[in-house]
Design a protein around this ligand. Structure first.
Ligand SMILES: Cc1cc2nc3c(=O)[nH]c(=O)nc-3n(C[C@H](O)[C@H](O)[C@H](O)COP(=O)(O)OP(=O)(O)OC[C@H]3O[C@@H](n4cnc5c(N)ncnc54)[C@H](O)[C@@H]3O)c2cc1C
Length: 527
């Protein structure tokens, strides 16, 4: 999807917004990095008005979906580790370290260097999935299932986990590929609640529209970029805007498509390998895998006491003027409430940003990613034609607090590249030739580099946010669209703030919660 032009020091750039247009969606094409939200992040979600979504409530749902393969003795010796109590061992989604462990010598050097660069305030943890990842560095596990019979790793996408395996075959399920949902057919009952009675679907190659009747519920799962578009084409959204497109509004819900957000990535960072480091336990060998070591410093680790106090103050006194005028939030309170909760999350120990290390065969990459952006944009259809992508505008880095986080991350990348033992693995001129600002660069130079080189984090969330309706929320904590009796949403669009450092493992937890809510409703209707 072509994103709208975004800010950048060398002029507005149009950034492509990548997603998986296939069975399994993003999980079929993504980088498989296995991250989870944290206690601090889930506390923010709960405090936003979502009782029952705190860490302790949410962890069992993530465990339900997971089969974790613990590292074997060789992998343990090479530095992989885990905490059994926080994992699941019977779910459909495989999570494991790659076998064999990729580039253990690089992993070792990366972990030591991170600790040195953060003056030992970032410590080694066995497992980033225990809810307290702020202030830690660890080996990264991935969405991988190790197949004992084939003796090989296999991507554990949602399709390979929930659709293809023999154990998942069931009656009453039809998967229709090569088609897209146009819109929902609805009726409005006395009392004003909207009920979906049908779904209109059309072949992507063109042809006759199919109409399906709804006997119970519709669960919308088009993802953050497309679920709002399905609702909008169905007349659910900002009523006055829908009218300008000739769509008859059935439910005025201005939050549909608002609150769209994404993290940013700093990926323009590649350091050529020193000739002496050109051996397999430093390089990826045949197993190129993105992000084999991950570091999550807290705001205090990254900015120190004075810097983090200043950031805290910026968040607590933020002006909502820009996001409001850009259509990113439905009212100022929506933004200021989220800003306050982000500040609270940083105070607990929420990761401030993420740094991850990737080995290639000729270069080592050190990428950084922000986690909790506050800039807010929107997803908005501008035609009723479902084959035309909606306008997707994340308003990346339009709030200065988000730039400050990215600048702090960029500064640590250059310090890592300049610090042994990591620097011993790359050529002496690697940092100078990389384009990454030098360790002595001014804040202005680093900002310039960030704005001209950042790319989308591709962890889109928030465009049908689970939060109170008066803040622009679209779904309730049971994931039911406000004002409807049977339209539920179960994808990343419901996640109101980017508390998932990488989205997929958390989203399986969201899906499990949706399944439970659907069964509860079905049970109460059958009883
Ligand atoms: C290149 C890339 C790398 C990533 N790396 C990682 C990673 O390493 N770790 C991680 O955790 N996450 C990663 N992510 C993010 C993660 O994959 C996504 O956040 C996640 O897949 C979103 O899940 P979803 O169910 O919300 O939506 P999606 O996965 O986007 O699924 C939506 C599905 O709906 C379909 N659809 C859309 N509109 C319609 C319609 N009108 N009718 C019918 N079907 C429709 C789409 O084709 C798609 O199959 C990455 C994403 C990308 C794109």
């Amino acid at each position: 999807m072509a994103g709208t032009p975004q800010v950048g020091s060398s002029g507005a750039r149009s950034l492509p917004l990548t997603y998986g247009s296939c069975l399994g969606g993003g999980s079929s094409i993504n980088a498989m990095m296995g991250a989870r939200p944290t206690f601090a992040g889930m506390s923010a979600l709960e405090a936003l008005g979502n009782p029952g979504w705190g860490w302790n409530d949410f962890l069992p749902y993530m465990q339900e979906s997971e089969t974790f393969t613990p590292p074997n003795p060789t992998q343990l010796a090479d530095g992989a580790n885990y905490i059994a109590a926080v994992h699941g061992f019977h779910g459909p989604v495989g999570v494991s370290f790659a076998q064999p462990l990729v580039a253990p010598a690089l992993q070792d050097a990366a972990k030591s260097t991170v600790q040195i660069v953060f003056d030992e305030s970032v410590t080694l943890t066995p497992d980033m999935g225990d809810g307290f990842s702020g202030g830690h560095v660890a080996s990264f596990y991935h969405h991988i299932h190790f197949n004992e019979t084939l003796q090989t790793d296999r991507r554990s996408s949602s399709a390979w986990s929930f659709l293809y395996p023999q154990s998942q075959q069931r009656t009453g399920l039809t998967v229709l590929t090569g088609h897209r949902v146009n819109s929902l057919v609805t009726s409005t009952r006395a009392g004003g609640n909207v009920t979906a009675t049908g779904v209109l679907v059309e072949p992507t190659a063109g042809g006759q529209i199919l109409a399906f009747n709804v006997s119970r519920e519709v669960v919308v799962t088009g993802g953050t970029l497309y679920s709002p578009a399905i609702l909008q084409r169905s007349g659910i959204g900002n009523a006055s805007y829908l009218q300008t497109l000739g769509i008859k509004p059935v439910l005025d819900l201005p939050g549909v498509g608002a609150n769209f957000q994404d993290q940013i990535l700093l990926t323009n960072v590649s350091f050529p390998l020193a000739p002496s480091a050109n051996f397999t336990n430093v390089t990826a060998g045949a197993d190129v895998l993105l992000g084999i070591v991950v570091a999550h410093p807290t705001a205090g680790d990254a900015l120190g006491q004075t810097g983090s106090a200043a950031l805290d103050n910026s968040l607590r006194t933020i002006s909502a003027e820009h996001p409001l005028s850009a259509g990113g939030v439905v009212n100022a309170q929506s933004l200021t409430t989220q800003a306050r909760l982000i500040a609270d999350a940083y105070k607990i120990d929420h990761p401030f940003f993420e740094i991850f290390f990737t080995p290639g065969s000729t270069a080592l990459e050190v990428w950084a990613q922000t986690i909790l952006p506050l800039s807010r944009g929107f997803i908005r259809i501008n035609t009723t034609d479902p084959s035309v992508d909606p306008i997707a505008d994340a308003q990346y880095l339009t709030l200065d607090v988000d730039i400050q986080v990215a600048v702090a991350a960029a500064r640590r990348i250059s310090r890592i590249a300049a610090m042994a033992p990591f620097s011993d693995l790359i050529t002496a001129t690697a940092l100078a030739n990389s384009g990454v600002p030098d360790v002595n660069a001014t804040d202005e130079q680093v900002r310039e580099w960030v704005l001209s080189t950042y790319t989308p984090g591709i962890h889109f969330v928030g465009s049908n946010a689970m939060m109170p309706k008066d803040l622009g929320g679209v779904v309730s904590p049971k994931l039911l669209v406000y004002g409807t009796t049977n339209i539920r949403i179960a994808d990343a669009s419901i996640v109101p703030m980017s508390v998932f450092p990488h989205t997929t493992l958390g989203l399986y937890g969201v899906a499990e919660r949706a399944a439970e809510a659907i069964l509860e409703t079905a049970g109460s209707k059958l009883a």
